[in-house]
Design a binder for this molecule. Structure first.
Ligand code: GUN
Ligand code: ZN
Length: 430
């Protein structure tokens, strides 16, 4: 292969993050990438054009004036089979699950149906600039195989899992304890670490699993420390009450997962709203991370994630769309909703999250929560070169507001508040 197809050089504005989360911005930036031994493009240089251009003078330049290169977004929590559940109104989480979500997910028993949704879902992630996602499947093995096959074809870094739910679930989505654990083991063998793919052990949430299923999930998690875990916790007050009734011996709802060995590095728990400081400390000490899902929490009326509490105790967190409880695939919508949730000051302290912080939560911070810092979610040397090309002129109002921005914070905030899929001109997969 010629050098020109294994190496790339871009000249454009460039956004990336330092290790401490500080946003780094070069108005006239350079990004150089080269294929590694597996054929994955990795960043070999990133910084200012004037400082770095000389070393790369032998390469043809893709010049993108007026555009911004930024890390591909990382969605910490999404449900691919809920693509068509978006916008289903309900009186809170539990009726929403019963009336819309479980009946819809039962359709994924049909692999042909699942394939069509998987293709649409991956197209929609790309259109919105999301290059890595941790996604739920359904309880159907073939629906997870289908999604991972499609992701493999697209060379995506995607993590997915078959949902475990062996009780309090209707026919069509309920699985069987022993078989569900055998299926999970087989899926791990088949997919985890293949190309850029990963597997996540996926108990839906404590109320829909028997103690035996949770114990089996925890045993799998101990046998496969590199495999992810994903579930839900402390999203809604009725759900919290139900979980506590079913597991009265646990120290808290989160404590149920601890008791079954399901809190560790690479364990991602959606929501984490109705927590106390002991729960936050348990998240921190175990290395588990919260997938904050603000559009979902606002849509379902679940509550408001306490950012000040999370920061005070030092637990890990990042952003997820939680489609289809969440209302949008767009990271801009999710970051804006996170800002609203942060501001809310009646149920917990209201704080103003900075635009750099919001963007970090959906890129480098989310990658760090996954244990993938330095791999995705950033454009520092060594990272896999998944990135977006942003067009800040995409709409008249965006053009006007971003042109008036006098510093990086104003520029990022204008894009967070006014942006959507139109801002994503191109998504480039390593
Ligand atoms: N808790 C259990 N299942 C779900 C789900 O599908 N979505 C959300 N938001 N919460 C859940
Ligand atoms: Zn969810």
């Amino acid at each position: 292969m010629s050098a020109s197809s294994t190496q790339h050089l871009y000249r454009s504005a460039l956004l990336r993050f330092a290790e401490d989360g500080t946003a780094l911005y070069d108005e006239d930036g350079l990004l150089a990438t080269a294929a590694d031994e597996r054929g994955v493009q990795r960043v070999v240089a990133a910084g200012s054009w004037s400082a770095l251009a000389r070393e790369h003078a032998h390469l043809a330049v893709t010049h993108l004036p007026g555009r911004i290169l930024a890390p591909g977004f990382v969605d910490l929590h999404i449900h691919y089979p809920q693509t068509d559940v978006i916008g289903s109104p309900a009186d809170g989480l539990l009726p929403w699950l019963e009336n819309y979500t479980f009946p819809h997910e039962s359709r994924f028993a049909d692999p042909a149906y699942a394939r069509g949704v998987a293709q649409f879902f991956l197209d929609e992630l790309a259109r919105n600039g999301v290059t890595t996602a941790l996604t739920f499947g359904t309880s159907h093995v073939a629906a997870v195989d289908t999604l991972l096959q499609e992701a493999q074809r697209r060379r995506l870094r995607l993590i997915a899992g078959k949902v475990l739910q062996d009780r309090h679930s209707p026919d069509g989505v309920r699985d069987e304890t022993e078989q569900s654990l055998l299926d999970t083991e087989a899926l791990i063998q088949r997919w985890h670490g293949v190309d850029r793919l990963g597997y996540a052990i996926t108990p839906r949430f404590a109320p829909t699993s028997t103690p035996a299923q949770l114990r089996g999930a925890g045993e799998l998690a101990a046998r496969h420390p590199g495999v992810w875990i994903q579930s839900h916790v402390a999203e809604n007050l009725d759900e919290v009450r139900w979980a506590r009734e079913l597991f009265p011996q646990a120290s808290s709802y989160l404590g149920i997962y601890e008791d079954f060995g399901l809190l560790r590095d690479r364990a991602i728990y959606a929501h984490c709203i109705h927590f106390d400081d002991a729960d936050r400390a348990l998240m921190r000490s175990t290395g588990a991370a919260a997938a904050v899902s603000p559009t979902s929490n606002l849509f379902l009326g679940s509550g408001f994630f306490d950012y000040a509490g999370a920061q005070r105790i030092g637990m890990r967190y990042g952003l997820g769309s939680d489609v289809g409880g969440g209302t949008s695939f767009s990271p801009f919508r999710t970051m804006l909703a996170a800002y609203y949730v942060g501001r809310e000051g009646q149920t917990k302290p209201g704080i103003s999250l900075s635009p750099e912080q919001l963007w970090w939560q959906h890129t480098a911070g989310a990658a760090q929560a996954l244990g993938l810092a330095g791999v995705v979610g950033n454009l520092q040397p060594g990272c896999e070169a998944d990135f977006v090309v942003l067009d800040p002129q995409a709409t008249p109002l965006l053009a006007r507001r971003t042109q008036a921005a006098s510093n990086l914070a104003e520029l990022l905030f204008a894009m967070i508040v006014l942006g959507d899929d139109r801002l994503i001109e191109r998504t480039v997969i390593a």
